[in-house]
Design a protein. Structure first.
Length: 178
C-alpha cells in the first residue's frame, strides 16, 4: 500500500512486534489524555496492564495480528479475534476486530483506513460476509463517527462496569460484498 508521502506496508504481526504495539497503545493514551479524553483508555500506560499485554501477545500467537510498517517502524496495528463476552454472537461467519491503533505521530495520514481496508480483504479471503468492531462511545463519540466514516453501521450499545465510571461502548458492523 502507498501513502502519499511514504510507503506504508501491512504484514502479519509477530511476537517480536508486541512491544511496538504496546508502545503505540501507550502513545495513544498520552495523546487522548492530552486532549482531555481519558475516558477511552485511562491515563496510565497500557503496557503496564498484564491483561492487555497478554491479549496482544495472544493475538500475535494466534495469527490475528497485522501491522502497518514504514521501513522497519510499526506505525499501526490491527488484531482479529473472538468477540468479547459482552457482544452478541453473529449468526453468520464474521471477522471481529479486537484491536486497532495507529501511531499518533502519523495522525491523519490514513493508516487506520488502510488497516481497515486490509481487514476487509482478510475477511473476504476467509469467506466472512461481516466485519465487526466495538469501541468507546463516550465523550463526543468521535471514535464511533470515525468507524461510521469508514462504512460501519451502529448495532449494539453496551456499558461495561469499571472501578470508577462506567465505560460506554458501541458495536459497529460492516457488510462485505459477496
Amino acid at each position: 500500500m502507498r501513502d502519499s508521502a511514504e510507503w506504508t506496508d501491512i504484514r502479519p504481526g509477530r511476537q517480536a512486534d508486541v512491544p511496538a504495539v504496546l508502545a503505540l497503545l501507550d502513545s495513544a493514551v498520552r495523546w487522548l489524555t492530552a486532549r482531555g479524553r481519558p475516558g477511552q483508555w485511562g491515563t496510565e500506560p497500557l503496557s503496564g496492564n498484564p491483561r492487555l499485554t497478554a491479549l496482544v501477545a495472544r493475538i500475535a500467537a494466534d495469527g490475528g495480528l497485522h501491522v502497518a510498517v514504514r521501513g522497519e517502524r510499526v506505525v499501526g496495528a490491527l488484531g482479529f479475534g473472538d468477540p468479547p463476552a459482552y457482544v452478541a454472537r453473529a449468526a453468520e461467519p464474521e471477522l471481529y476486530i479486537v484491536l486497532l491503533v495507529t501511531d499518533r505521530d502519523h495522525n491523519g495520514q490514513g493508516i487506520g483506513a488502510r488497516l481497515l481496508e486490509h481487514a476487509r480483504t482478510v475477511a473476504a479471503q476467509a469467506g466472512a460476509g461481516l466485519l465487526r468492531v466495538d469501541c468507546y462511545a463516550g465523550d463526543d463519540q468521535a471514535l464511533v463517527r470515525y468507524y461510521e466514516g469508514q462504512g460501519f453501521t451502529r448495532t449494539q450499545r453496551f456499558t461495561m462496569a469499571q472501578p470508577a465510571d462506567p465505560w460506554p461502548g458501541q458495536v459497529l458492523e460492516q457488510r462485505l460484498p459477496s
